[in-house]
Write a protein that binds this ligand. Structure first.
Ligand SMILES: NC(=O)c1ccc[n+]([C@@H]2O[C@H](COP(=O)([O-])OP(=O)(O)OC[C@H]3O[C@@H](n4cnc5c(N)ncnc54)[C@H](O)[C@@H]3O)[C@@H](O)[C@H]2O)c1
Length: 334
């Protein structure tokens, strides 16, 4: 009889921490499968809450048709005010289904899975955009959970980071990430109190909770500079119209008032999109070296399902799951 398993966050965290090199490969593989007809990633469904304009809950269902079929859905809440009381902004669960019969097979605590796949996508894109022998300076704008995870994944990807600058409008968060980065990445790291300082670095990672662009249209960016646009809404759209733009999925990214969506509205076309991360990984995207490059990942549910399936497999092998006998009430039709 099929059992249902719960995978607690503590087990998920341990498995994720040991799996970073593999998760980088999983994320690359899902990006390569995407656009080949081997994934189904419907639009994310945003639940907005009356009277809570900054909070939301998003559902991301996905199907992967790789060597093993996978089905699942991430349900992730974002309540930015949580950080005022020291709690994480995001919380999530991932439900996985059996691809033969459709039955739910597991529920995993998934805030860490979501952070890991997001950070891995940032590291995969950075590795693809920066020559491996090039040492780079990196700035983080926004020093929360996602930035912290990106530090871990830049380290796992072997990124050659000469120096790090951390900018956050909350100095205490910036100081936390400075300490963390000094330990984990081993690169000299300092706090930068102005955005302008951050925007001089070779690689700038945006991981804020900004809802509207604040990096203004007249900002002087640098040819060859790489902007990892994780939080999606920091950059004035004009800055994308003069950039090389690499997206994870064009249809997904040009929605929900992201900077790429605003750039499409401003220019009236999608000509500013240079290519996708799949194309970049396959060497099919030509970047103009006189421009800066913006990588905008909307975030594919398929990444969560793939990473979560790996975590479930490991948790089952190590007996770290909590089985729920009798979870499925009716196992026969009559
Ligand atoms: N694209 C994706 O796939 C993906 C996936 C997961 C999370 N995200 C996004 O990543 C972002 C960061 O998530 P998190 O969990 O680290 O959040 P968090 O709340 O832990 O950290 C965000 C930090 O940004 C800072 N900040 C907000 N506005 C700022 C500004 N204008 N300038 C400088 N700092 C600013 C806050 O003070 C905070 O410390 C969120 O916007 C989230 O939606 C994107």
């Amino acid at each position: 009889m099929m059992e249902f398993h719960v995978v607690p966050g503590v087990a998920v965290s341990d498995i994720l921490a040991e799996s970073r090199p593999l998760i980088l490969e999983i994320v690359k593989e899902v990006y390569l499968m995407h656009e080949q007809g081997l994934t189904v990633n419907p639009d994310s469904c945003f639940l907005h809450l009356p009277g809570k304009p900054t909070s939301r809950v998003i559902a991301l269902p996905a199907y992967l048709n790789g060597t093993v079929e996978k089905i699942g859905i991430k349900w992730i809440a974002s309540f930015p005010h949580n950080i005022r009381s020291g709690k994480p902004r995001a919380s999530a669960v991932l439900l996985l289904n059996d691809p033969e019969a459709g039955l739910p097979i597991a529920c995993l605590e998934a805030a860490g899975i979501s952070a890991a796949r997001t950070a891995a996508s940032a590291a995969v894109a950075t590795s693809a955009l920066v020559p491996s022998d090039q040492s780079v300076t990196v700035a983080f704008v926004g020093a929360g959970v996602i930035a912290r995870a990106i530090v871990d994944y830049l380290a796992a990807a072997g990124s050659n980071v000469a120096e790090v600058l951390v900018h956050d409008k909350d100095r205490a968060s910036a100081d936390r990430l400075v300490t963390y980065t000094n330990t984990r990445l081993g690169s000299p790291t300092t706090r930068g109190d102005t955005l302008a300082e951050a925007l001089k670095r070779d690689v700038v990672v945006f991981a804020t909770t900004a809802l509207e662009p604040y990096v203004s249209a007249d900002t002087q960016l640098i040819p060859g500079q790489v902007l990892i646009n994780i939080s999606l809404r920091d950059l004035a759209p004009e800055l994308l119209l003069t950039a090389n733009n690499v997206l994870d999925d064009v249809e997904h990214c040009l929605k929900a008032r992201t900077s790429p969506h605003l750039a499409e509205q401003l220019s009236g076309s999608r000509h500013f999109v240079t290519g996708t991360i799949r194309g970049l990984l396959r060497g099919e995207v030509t970047l103009d070296p006189t421009r800066h490059t913006v990588f905008s990942p909307f975030g594919l549910g398929g990444l969560d399902v793939a990473v979560g399936s790996h975590v479930l497999g490991e948790a089952l092998d190590r007996r770290l799951t909590v089985p729920i006998p009798g979870f499925i009430g009716e196992t026969s039709r009559w």
